[in-house]
Design a protein around this ligand. Structure first.
Ligand code: FES
Length: 192
């Protein structure tokens, strides 16, 4: 993985390590050098894990799947915020250019009683998946689709539909707030 023309960062990472759900975890500090600003946050984690493995240590467990901002699996708390510093950007879409040389980055799992830690940064999303399963999807026979321009959609409905589409089911709102204060996109998609 070349650094191309991007700048390189030297970083201190404080990462939550926890052996299992019952263990009490703690932060582990790691130094990384030469991290390209072109890397995604998860690629930076891959580099860290390769380093740990080469040192005979255990890789850090974390959730991810699509790495394209679609599945909502890449749940990390970065510097006290779900998905890090950028609004509306998932961890896998966060790039290292959002950080500065010499930064200390604190990475924790999704902090919520609803999401017990399985290991390190990986959490059990079962409670959340059950909400989605119970109200998330409907199956309707819509017949032949009308030409979209023939259907007038009131603005509030269009806005609600957009908000629902914007929710990727990542659970940040669940981790961040109480269940009765779920983000609007989530409510539109799964609870309305
Ligand atoms: S890994 Fe799928 S949204 Fe980040």
């Amino acid at each position: 993985m070349g650094s191309g023309h991007g700048t390189e960062l030297n970083l201190t990472l404080k990462v939550w390590r926890q052996k299992n759900t019952k263990a009490s975890g703690s932060f582990e500090t790691h130094q990384l050098t030469g991290i390209s600003t072109d890397m995604s946050f998860l690629e930076m984690f891959d580099v860290l894990n390769e380093k740990l493995i080469s040192e005979g240590k255990e890789a850090i467990a974390f959730d991810h799947d699509c790495r394209e901002g679609i599945c909502g699996m890449c749940s990390m708390y970065i510097n006290g915020r779900p998905h890090g510093p950028k609004q509306g950007v998932t961890t896998c879409q966060l790039h290292m250019r959002s950080f500065k040389n010499g930064d200390t980055i604190v990475v924790e799992p999704w902090r919520s009683a609803a999401f017990p830690v399985i290991k390190d940064l990986a959490v059990d999303r079962g409670a959340f998946d059950r909400i989605i399963a119970s109200g998330g999807y409907i199956s309707v026979n819509t017949g032949n689709a009308q030409d979209a321009n023939n259907i007038l959609i009131p603005k509030p409905d269009a806005d609600d539909a957009f908000a629902a589409a914007a929710c990727i089911g990542c659970g940040a709102c669940v981790a961040l707030v109480k269940m009765d204060l779920l983000c609007y996109s989530f409510q539109q998609k799964f609870l309305s």
